[in-house]
Design a protein around this ligand. Structure first.
Ligand code: CP3
Length: 388
């Protein structure tokens, strides 16, 4: 175990004698949670201040992350529980006392891999054999056993939850079907979305069927993550904003409802903890009101293109909110960060204090950010979101 982890970073982890738990056995006793701000805010409660974390908090802006990545390829890190645990803990350790959540180090593209596709990261995602036409669907695995294909994520979650020692809750996640389908068809990122738009407009029935197949894998994967120890779940629909409101209702919303409904059913049926679920449908600000009304999520993640007070009005108190500072404000220096955080806190405030709000950026933190500027962001959230 030691030799896998970058020098100088191992002490924290090796102190724990980890049980040999697999996802098919009962989860072990976890250390009691000392900071439940995130879970309380997700349930809509008032909090003494806003909990805060940032998307991609374990990532390339951290020198200690880059050290590990020098030695290990991206998906090797995801598949090696010791490495995934180490990287998940890096921001928690560095920003000790300032961060209120950890998110398991992995990627949304592990689902296409589990479905039988090859995915490389160089440096962005690349699928050597994307799905060109519906005939290619036959190349996918007909049955996906998540314990077998993604058991390494479950193992990493159990191990990380132990290593966190109850410091903060652990978030599990998956990509939403629309966003995963987009990568599977485009073969990587895209500027024009020509291939995925060809699929939905030329082969709408095949597209819908495949989207639902992906949704079923998402359900199994999220339930498995709770079983392994995840305390909150987030569904990333990063490309929701590429759809028109009409097409969102056809190609994205039914899959999102399928996931929230069936994850909750399964958690109840399997006597697993009832777990808050967040939906981050980036760019789908046209759908905020209707998602809050009936998509079945506890929290909606927001990007920076919607005003916090306007989002509050749209959701009518039915869900909690998460977000939403433009990540690029982190390049603007301390004064810019402080005034943006102050405005964000005022915009989300309920009765002059923090309620049903998880402070975050409006998208992932980018590689060029100085970690000390992120520290300042956290300090400002602590200061300006506190109840008087
Ligand atoms: O938030 C966290 O700290 C947890 C880990 C996490 C990663 N990816 C690690 C990662 C999470 C939650 C994701 C989700 C993810 N992955 C999304 C949804 C969120 C979003 O950003 O919209 C998407 C679309 C992906 C697919 C993906 N993975 C892309 C497009 C890229 C390249 C983009 C880039 O930043 O260069 C990745 C790679 C990736 N995933 C990195 C990290 C830290 C950087 C790659 C590296 O280490 O070389």
């Amino acid at each position: 175990m030691l030799s896998l982890v970058a020098a100088g970073t191992v002490g924290f982890l090796t102190a724990f004698n980890l049980p040999s738990t697999t996802s098919t056995t009962m989860a072990p006793e976890f250390p009691p949670l000392k900071n439940d701000l995130l879970l309380r805010a997700a349930r809509g409660e008032k909090t003494e201040r806003a909990p805060v974390w940032v998307m991609r908090q374990a990532g390339r802006y951290l020198p200690e992350f880059r050290e590990v990545r020098k030695l290990h390829e991206f998906f090797e890190v995801c598949r090696t529980p010791d490495l995934a645990t180490e990287i998940t803990l890096q921001p928690i350790r560095r920003f000790s006392g300032l961060l209120d959540a950890s998110i398991i180090f992995s990627d949304i593209l592990v689902i296409p891999q589990a479905m039988g596709m090859e995915v490389l990261m160089n440096p962005g995602p690349h699928f050597p054999e994307p799905l060109d036409t519906p005939a290619d669907i036959s190349k996918l695995n007909t049955v996906v056993d998540v314990d077998k294909e993604l058991g390494y994520v479950f193992k990493a979650i159990t191990q990380t939850r132990m290593a966190l020692a109850g410091e903060v809750p652990l978030i599990g996640f998956c990509g939403a079907p629309w966003t995963l389908f987009l990568y599977m068809v485009e073969g990587g990122g895209s500027k024009t979305f020509q291939k995925v738009k060809t699929w939905i407009f030329k082969y709408p029935e095949e597209s819908k069927a495949l989207l639902m197949r992906i949704a079923d894998v998402c359900v199994d994967f999220l339930v498995g993550q709770v079983k392994a120890g995840a305390q909150l779940l987030q569904v990333f629909d990063s490309w929701a904003g590429e759809l028109s409101p009409y097409d969102f209702d056809i190609f994205a919303r039914p899959t999102l409802v399928h996931i929230s409904t069936n994850v909750r059913k399964r958690l109840a049926a399997e006597n697993l903890p009832s777990t808050p679920i967040t939906l981050f449908a980036k760019g789908a600000n046209y759908a905020i009101a209707s998602l809050a009304e009936s998509a079945g999520y506890d929290t909606l993640g927001l990007d920076w293109q919607v005003d916090p007070a306007e989002a509050r009005r749209l959701v009518k108190g039915k869900v909690a909110l998460q977000g939403n500072m433009d990540p690029n404000v982190l390049y603007g220096g301390r004064d810019a960060i402080e005034s943006a955080v102050k405005r964000m806190c005022a915009g989300f405030a309920v009765d002059g204090g923090s309620q049903a709000w998880i402070a975050n950026l409006g998208h992932g933190i980018t590689p060029g950010v100085d970690p000390e500027d992120l520290r300042w962001f956290f300090e400002c959230v602590h200061k300006y979101s506190a109840r008087a």
